[in-house]
Design a protein around this ligand. Sequence first.
Ligand code: ZN
Length: 510
Amino acid sequence: MGYSALLETAGRVNDFLNAGSILSWDARTMMPKGGAASRAKQLSTLAVAARDLLCSDEMRRNLDAADTETASLPEDSPERAIIAQLREAIDYHDRIPTELLRRKTELGSTAHEIWADARADADFARFAPALEEMVAINREMAHAIGFADHPYDALMYRFEPGTTTAQLRDLFATLRAGMQPLVRAIAEKEQPRSDFLYRDFPADAQMRFALQMAEAIGYDTSRGRLDLTVHPFEISFTRNDVRITTRVSRNYMPMSLFGALHEAGHALYEQNIDPDYTRTPLATDLISLYAVGGVSFGAHESQSRLWENHVGRSVAFWGNHFGALRDAFPDQLADVSAEEFHAAVNRARPSLIRVEADELTYDFHVMLRVDLESRMIDGSLDVADLPEAWNAGMKSMLGVDVPDDAQGVLQDVHWSSGQIGTFCNYTIGNIMAAQLFDTATTQDAGIATALEAADYTPLRDWLSDKVCRHGRRHARDELLRRATGRTLDPQPYLRYLTDKYSALYGLARA
Ligand code: ZN
């Protein structure tokens, strides 16, 4: 009775979260503006119901009974992993006082409006008091959650469990040393032609082609669908209904295409989770209270970046699919070759805005944010000094001058809504993607050969076996160790970037 009753209660938590996800999908794709206020209330009701049931006496009683019943099973069995994760999640939520959570949520909505106005006028001073309060609340959160070394570690725990500020400092120093010479060398080189990317591409045809490519890599539309949105995302309501979205700019076609490939990569993670884990904590993040199955946000990002960049921006991919792209857009691409298209969608150059940054310079935007966030949280950087620190960081890392706060310190939505500690996921995802892709293609020569022939099944099967099917069963570094023989290692990523950009820009190899 114990373990099956536990699964049933956990399943109900999962149902609340999935119902919330459907409301959230609707809000971000279909809902008219007028629905916003009542939808926010509905979403918050479901999140509170999920948290209450998770931390309920019923759940705790079931846990104790299930513990006894499964005591003889190995610690890494799915049953023991489920019990451990439920206990960990309850412990996490128990530590955060309801009153603190309420203050954070309330400040999140007022600060968001202040931020939007401040950004419109490029006026950081107007946002500074709200941000100061948000930093103070997050510091309180960190102390409530607890940490061994640095308060920022506690804030990252929700997104990238086990990652520490000290680890990131070392990791980022290694990345910068490897990447900065590439950025500098490219600055001296002529950029490839890219005029054709900005021609007029009808939106409907863009959506059709984006879906065609998502399906080509294995996104299963009998268990998913693609819709239009403003900020692309993937969202799942169990592995059997995993939806993706992309955005379209009529005059910049790569946005819809690579947005869809990226989100399809996320979706492949969810669609390939072991069916036995459905409605269990191995397919739901009970710490973040999101219905996602990936073991960390960085691990999830590794799948989207792998499919978007290692596959979708490769020479082989466009050798195979450029014909179909030109069939979809015969007039726009009449004077363009597959090689020119590949070079254009891989251009790299330092820029101001994170969400528009290319593959090579993106991580610098992340490193800057992690550095500033962690220093605000530990008190070594005053909010008042943030714009100056931001601008100095952009200058020293990417050599760009920030003209105003809207294009600088005010560009991201995260701080206004109280999300601190999540930027590292993107870079960890990039590192993991390269590590996994490198292992897959060296371990099994058939995977690389198949990619040359536009056969994505062997790679997808390898990733499903090593990563996706496990859901949240193994911690991130344990998952990596099982898949690649070692924990997070930046070297394959640096090799990949060096090889790729040396070939693209004809750089002399060191
Ligand atoms: Zn992503």
